[in-house]
Design a protein around this ligand. Structure first.
Ligand SMILES: O=C(O)CCC(=O)C(=O)O
Length: 361
């Protein structure tokens, strides 16, 4: 049984403590609940200065044929080797990106009582939250977040979006529209790179009926960053994630073999990563890669993760053109609704779930 503490998905197992209030109270120690086992703590040595995920200029996709094919190739290699890349010249306005991040930063700086009106429950996770997973006694991450649905329209509920700052709903509506367009373009690229007709990946995710949601992460300053994580290692359960990172503060680390590479964010770039559902659809040609977030003692950090997901009730399985005699289907079919229940109950835990979907052979 996944939920072995008799908790219901309606309830948190313990009273919720906002990490932001802890950060204001704790001077030189952190509560034990946030101290990670030694093996999970961030390593003290800085990673090689020049190591970074690939940075790809998307304007190449619309240039001369040579430029287009070399851009496609860069994306293909990044998907295979890293599962992560940064994109520049992606078509989303830098002003909109800044405004979106700034608006959410303002939200997290509103008085607690304002934010508490949106306190979430593990049933849908929508709203203001401070933990993932409902296992009693779990070690927690040093972050608060806000989670909301953008698509399908049946799940989009403005009452669950903050009313303040007053521009929040309008800004996020526009941001969501732009990101859905960007993700649609990226789906075509992935399809072409997998040797398929350009609309196959999008269709396999449900065509027009995809899901999209966003988690805004707020990582308060932490007096003992070497003992904890802002977000534990996980792969993203959905199709693809487009992350707007903090432009001032690094924190995202991507697994590369046995190392963790700290992403150096480029101003006005997005960080794109493959999620578990594209790993499944691509029959593991592309891998969703584990990542985690470290925190620091002198700067808070804000990031906006936009999740582009399959329609939630259709079976997701390897695309048939990618199943071959020498590469049989590696995964059994599962709907995204079933799949994400796991992370909702258990919280972030590496890649254990997508690995558990492997077909017995
Ligand atoms: O804050 C970040 O840089 C990464 C956030 C993330 O991995 C997530 O929200 O799933």
């Amino acid at each position: 049984m996944m939920n072995n503490n008799n908790n219901s998905p309606q309830d948190w197992p313990e009273p919720i403590v906002r990490v932001q209030s802890l950060s204001e109270r704790c001077r030189d120690s952190i509560p034990e609940r946030y101290i990670k086992p030694l093996s999970d703590r961030p390593c003290s040595e800085a990673d090689a200065d020049d190591a970074n995920i690939p940075i790809i200029d998307l304007s190449g996709l619309y240039g001369e044929p040579d430029e287009r094919s070399s851009t496609l190739k860069l994306i293909s290699e990044a998907c295979k080797e890293w599962g992560f890349f940064q994109i520049i010249n992606h078509g989303v306005s830098p002003q909109l990106m800044d405004m979106a991040r700034q608006t959410w930063r303002q939200f997290f700086h509103m008085p607690l009582e304002v934010k508490q009106q949106y306190a979430n429950s593990p049933k849908t996770y929508e709203g203001y939250g401070s933990r993932l997973g409902i296992q009693k006694g779990a070690i927690l991450d040093w972050s608060d977040y806000y989670y909301l649905h953008y698509l399908p329209l049946s799940l989009k509920d403005y009452n669950k979006w903050p009313a303040q700052p007053s521009s929040c709903r309008e800004v996020f509506d526009e941001y969501g529209r732009e990101l859905v367009k960007l993700c649609g373009r990226l789906m075509k690229v992935l399809s072409i790179n997998l040797g398929l007709e350009e609309d196959v990946v999008q269709k396999s995710l449900g065509g027009e009926d995809i899901g999209a949601c966003m988690r805004v992460n707020f990582y308060p300053k932490c007096p003992r960053p070497e003992l904890t994580l802002g977000l534990s290692s996980h792969s993203d359960p959905g199709g693809m994630t487009v992350l707007l990172s903090d432009d001032q503060v690094a924190g995202l680390q991507v697994r590369k073999g046995d190392n963790w590479i700290t992403v150096k964010p480029v101003p006005h770039a997005f960080i794109v990563n493959i999620g578990d559902q594209i790993q499944v659809l691509s029959n593991a040609n592309y891998k969703s890669v584990e990542h985690r977030v470290i925190v620091n003692s002198n700067k808070e950090r804000v990031s906006l993760a936009f999740f582009y997901n399959p329609k939630s009730n259709i079976p997701i399985e390897p695309i048939k053109e990618l199943v071959k005699p020498d590469k049989p289907a590696l995964y059994t079919a599962m709907t995204f609704d079933e799949y994400r229940l796991f992370i909702r109950l258990r919280g972030p835990c590496g890649k254990s779930h997508v690995e558990s979907l492997k077909s017995p052979r």
